[in-house]
Design a protein around this ligand. Structure first.
Ligand code: FES
Length: 389
């Protein structure tokens, strides 16, 4: 991307962090925002150093560690250790982030959600993502098989309420239960690691039961660490089930007789989630993780035509509406709208929608307001739509 010169913004020496210092405050000021318009200050900082940011979060890959080899579907798992920019606000155990990567061969940045597998973090700390390379997942394949230390990823702030709210500051004797399947283990692992790191003590009466289902022993993520946790005298009972083992209410009752009254975190494939949810019969103690896809496709799918036409009023172009974001549709029409994160974070793609209804791809909310400012990277048309592009 070539950007016009911006003389008033002059960074003369490397600065490792731009978040809390006076320079960071200046860079986030309205004056600098006005000077950097329409690109946004982060577009300029990125040209100087990809780890400089005033608003957006980026992260440098520190290491990539293979967790398991290819499973029956050819999907290996790797853990990426990331050092986020100073704009990272930390995360609570169990939360996830949107990760944006420029995949070689793809003309645009792709964004997907991944759970954080490391313990709760504060600004300045590194985090880990543990990712399974899905055969049809361009982003997960790229992260597991092609990403290298030194690469820079775009991140959202941590999101989600599937969290461990317990902490040593608010001790209780509650029994905690985690039920996970496949790569659904990652948010639960973040919670378990947080409990152990922060001084969880099973001897005061608290217990943790960790029940996990994997396709095979070879597919078991975090196998060594879980074996060490299981062997330690820490009040944590680890139960790993491999192969044909399926969840059964009978077995759960044997492990945790009053499971429906026990604080439980459930994350895994749909089949497991369905069976466990049935067993809990509406108990409010069960918390279930559902990833909101980074870009949900409420009707149709990517590239699929939906009723209506998108009119790009400034350029005089128009195209049949599809299930893609308006940014993607504009690019497909040959336009090059200003944008940054492509994740709804930086607002640099904000454009006026003159008429028509759009659906927010992150929240599912629809809006039919005329002359409305919208982020075109996370909105898609619902019927005819006129946007200022
Ligand atoms: S490109 Fe960042 S909000 Fe749309």
């Amino acid at each position: 991307m070539s950007l016009p010169a911006l003389n008033p913004l002059r960074v003369t020496r490397p600065r490792p962090a731009l978040g809390a210092d006076p320079v960071g405050r200046v860079l986030r000021s309205r004056l600098v925002a006005a000077l950097a318009a329409p690109h946004g200050v982060d577009r300029y900082l990125e040209q100087v150093n990809p780890m400089w940011a005033a608003h957006e979060v980026r992260a440098r890959i520190v290491s990539v560690t293979r967790e398991t080899g290819p499973d029956a579907l050819g999907a290996p798992v790797a853990t990426l250790t990331l050092q986020p920019t100073s704009t990272w606000r930390g995360h609570r155990a169990g939360q996830h982030v949107l990760v944006g990567v420029e995949v070689p061969g793809s003309a645009r940045r792709l964004t997907r959600a991944f759970s954080i597998s490391s313990p709760a973090s504060v600004p300045g700390e590194s985090i880990t993502l543990t990712v399974r390379s899905h055969p049809e997942g361009e982003v997960s394949q790229h992260l597991v098989e092609h990403a290298r230390p030194g690469d820079v990823l775009h991140l959202s702030q941590a999101q989600g309420s599937f969290c461990l709210d317990e902490s040593p500051a608010t001790p209780t004797n509650n029994h905690l239960l985690f039920i996970t399947g496949g790569s659904g283990i990652t948010p639960a692992m973040s919670m378990l690691r947080t409990l152990l790191r922060d001084g969880y003590d099973g001897h005061v009466g608290r217990r943790v039961t960790f029940l996990h289902y994997a396709r095979s022993e070879a597919d078991q993520i975090f196998a060594e660490e879980l074996a060490a946790i299981a062997a330690a005298d820490n009040g944590v009972a680890v139960h790993l089930r491999h192969g044909d083992a399926r969840f059964s209410e009978f077995e759960l009752r044997r492990l945790v007789p009053r499971f429906a009254g026990t604080d439980t975190w459930l994350c895994g494939p749909a089949g497991l989630v369905e069976l466990v949810t049935d067993a809990y019969r509406g108990s409010p103690r069960l918390r279930t993780e559902f990833f909101k896809p980074a870009v949900a496709r409420a009707a149709g799918g990517a590239g699929e035509q939906v009723d209506g036409t998108v009119a790009f009023t400034r350029s005089g172009l128009s195209a049949p509406a599809t299930g893609d974001s308006l940014l993607e549709q504009a690019e497909a029409a040959g336009l090059a709208p200003e944008h940054g994160c492509r994740m709804g974070i930086c607002f640099s793609c904000t454009t006026t929608k003159y008429a028509g209804t759009v659906r927010n791809l992150l929240t599912g909310e629809e809006s039919a307001q005329p002359d409305e400012e919208i982020r075109i990277c996370v909105n898609r048309p619902v019927g005819d739509c006129h946007v200022d592009l």
